[in-house]
Design a protein around this ligand. Sequence first.
Ligand SMILES: [Zn+2]
Length: 323
Amino acid sequence: MSLTSDKISFLSRVFGTCVLGNDGINVSVCCPNPKCSTYGNSSKKKLIIRVDTDQYHCWVCDLKGRNLSYLLKRHFPRHLSEYLTRFSKKSFKPIDIVEEEILVSVPENFVLLAASLSSKDPDVRSTIRYLSNRGLTSKDLWYFRFGTCTRGRYRRRAIMPSFNADGDLNYFVARTIDDDSKMKYLNAKVPKKDVIFNEINIDWSSELTLVEGPFDLTKCNDNATCLLGSHFSEDYKLFQQIIKNSTPVLMALDPDVKLKTQEYARKLSSYGIRIRMLDLGQFSDVGEMSKLDFACALQKAKEWQPDDRLYNLFDTVKSGSIL
Ligand SMILES: [Zn+2]
């Protein structure tokens, strides 16, 4: 199947009937915007989608965008994962991912695991089994768009891609499923401070959970992202977005970085950010917890209060800068 007919068949699954224009490039579908006066009228197909670029525009309500990520996220969320991994223009070819091997080897044989549950390929099966042993369900496989490759250096690795707010790939981690492998993780070569992991999943207007690693995300609540390590500072894009949106934060970092966590809480709160701290109890990281463990800890999370000693210390450091 050509990419165009493949795309049109995808669009008709999402939007219902698609009418392909004489130019062979534009299709018309029903507008999914509930505020549009054509909404619910299946004879009016006023939303035009360019099949090659995915730009879209509704001639009635002026809904438009340069690709379908946001539209799908908003109105057809269950089709988003398939779109991002199969069609999103820049997925797997972002300009800022410089390592050539990544550009070449990931796109060629990336397999979306949630769509391959009945695959006969032994490596694909092992990767699915590995994730399921870590407590992931098929819903998680869809939600996090887990994949693997059947050839090359990403074979027998669980790949977790990350997409920015526009639906472009901005990072990925590829974890080996074999304990004896020398390299546990192969990650995209992008500075971590420039990455907001799966920004596409984030609602900046409600409390955002911060964990250390991408796999921790599979155990916590949905509105969450990870630091890709334990470092975090003002020059991180994530830090800046939190400040810009005044997003309340739930800190769920590992207990072995308690001091750092305090430091981050102090820094964020100096910008007026509300912080809650999650106590991991006997667990050494979120990845070890079950979703239920996390949900219980989440309910008990307490508002962060600068203790006097730390607060004074902080005042000394900050005087003359922001406050
Ligand atoms: Zn419309």
